[in-house]
Design a protein around this ligand. Sequence first.
Ligand code: G6P
Length: 613
Amino acid sequence: MCGIIGYIGNKDPVPILLKGLKRLEYRGYDSSGIALLQDEKLAHIKRAGKVSDLQSLVDDSSIHGNCGIAHTRWATHGIPNDINAHPHLDHTGNIALVHNGIFENYETIKTLLEKRGVQFTSDTDTEVIVQLISELYYNNEKLTFENSVRAALQEVVGAYGIVALCADEPNKIIAARMGSPLVLGVGEGEYFLASDASPIIEHTRNVIYLDDDEFVIIDNEEYSISNIQSKKIVSKTLTRIDLSIEEIEKGEFPHFMLKEIHDQKHSISDTMRGRLNLFDGTTNLGGIVNYLPNILSASRIYITACGTSWHAGLIGKHLIEEYARVPVHVEYASEFRYRNAIIDPNTIVIAISQSGETADSLAAIKKAKELGATTLGICNVVGSSIARETDAGIFTHAGPEIGVASTKAFTAQVTVLIMLALNIGRKKGVSKDRGKELISSLKTVDQDVINILRSIEDIKEVAKSTSMANHYLYLGRGINFPVALEGALKLKEISYIHAEGYPAAEMKHGPIALIDEKMPVVFIAPQDDTFYKVLSNIEEVKARGGIVITITDKINSSIKSLSDFVLLVPKTHKYVFPITSSIILQILAYEIAVLKNCEIDQPRNLAKSVTVE
Ligand code: G6P
């Protein structure tokens, strides 16, 4: 949520910062801006709209400098307009700052500063910190710029990643982190600061992940990291990043989302690489080995997550309870963190997060740790805050996911949960044969995905016939109920069609009232134990004139006669079916959004990485 970047070095910062902003645009895209420092002068340009709008303004200007900061915004305080865009400057115009996060006590500080005569130009919480730094700096001869920033940060409550410049100190960049991610890139005579490593990797592979309470000063080609308050130097290790540029570009695809849907031909296998043991019917999960005794003796497991990752968690509950026979509670991280959940040293708390940075999920894990639970992370981004905060974990290795609507990260999360459930289950008495049966199906999933992608034309037909609908209903049972929720979420996110996911049998308790001949109803209906029950629900929808779209693994005459459209998923294990069927739902949402001409990779009001509460 909001992307920030800073550069200091011997190159022209403008192209580096603008390209960096494009890489970070998935974090927010309602306005952007840049500030540059040269010869003790600060210049800045900012504007509402996408980074491309900023780019044209910058191209038409003569703005230049030898170091700079830039920002792409997801509005929290103040509407997305030119004035509220970052960087924010103090009233002297000498200090500029970009911020990702929220200063919760900004109103108190603002009132205080206003009483002292400071005039604010924006509605943002961020302007408050830059004006506060300015007040401290210009009214205390003894305070250096660096110490003014430290002092201001001690006055604020909330989350932040900030990067700041001061015209009085033209070769210096200052940054700090508390709650919002910040990465320092260490190049040859040049340094980068960014919300994640994606804008850095084309310049250097060496990065340092900053932790909370850390303060960075880059001055005269040297960097130092210290504690914000105590100023004590913190020694950090350089991490080498392996990510390739191709992985973060969309190549021949019109959208990242479509690329990432296609990536599933190999990303699910990437998640399983080296982890499947067909011979013993089990899985090898090196990341949790040291905590296995705690996991095996746990009396309960909580899974906490947000958005799509929460849906993966609901699937995980079915899997873990089935194989490991331990009670699993799945909770939105935003709820979990503020309630008095029953957590003790016999509890395992698993956070699922693609980005590993979602503020609520991170806070939930911190709380669970405080209460003595063993914490596990299922994250996609290596080096992310949740991955580092948890005791142990399993990376999903799906590769970078840029499209705001999660696709390959979701199927990778479900894959990890299958492997985890089986791993615990086998140690608790699940037979080798049951394990082998599941693993055999996992091993053919690549081919299943290829076959699904071959049916894109059929899915497009469904999209064409239903894209004018105002409402959509998704129904599934058991482990496929979360698939219905995820299908509905995908459609909402990128096509702006109102969609709801429901347990199929619950339809009778409300949603059935909505059904008429304009309402498409998607049934996720594999031929499993509940198939005939779901078939009755299909009959009920048909009887009321609804448009029936059935996603199944075997077509029979009833399905054929009752459905307006049938989309076939290759036959697989019932616990692998949620992975393959959800890919059909991803494609359906994508094709509908294409027909509606929506901004697929950057849907309105959303951001990929939600680093504020
Ligand atoms: C945002 C994204 C979703 C994502 C959710 C949780 O809402 O738009 O796609 O599922 O955050 O993100 P996480 O990175 O924690 O999985």
